[in-house]
Design a protein. Structure first.
Length: 75
């Protein structure tokens, strides 16, 4: 299952290792969106799907952690 979300797992591991953060919008977008078939990092337009909005709220409230994301993506 990890093959389905390799970018999310890579970013979450970088956050846990202290090599990256989640304070910037771009960090959250990389974490949640980079595995999506609609994601294009070169586009200036920043559209937010409902899944992004929900995940962002959960992370901001501390209800979902990078560990939780790795567990879900690899479990």
């Amino acid at each position: 299952m990890a093959e389905s979300f390799p970018c999310c797992v890579r970013k979450a591991r970088a956050v846990l290792a202290g090599a990256s953060g989640l304070g910037a919008y771009a960090d959250l977008r990389e974490l949640f969106c980079s595995d999506c078939e609609f994601y294009n990092p070169e586009e200036d337009e920043e559209l937010e799907c409902s899944s992004f909005k929900l995940l962002r709220r959960l992370v901001e409230r501390g209800l979902v952690t990078p560990e939780d994301l790795i567990d879900a993506a690899t479990g």
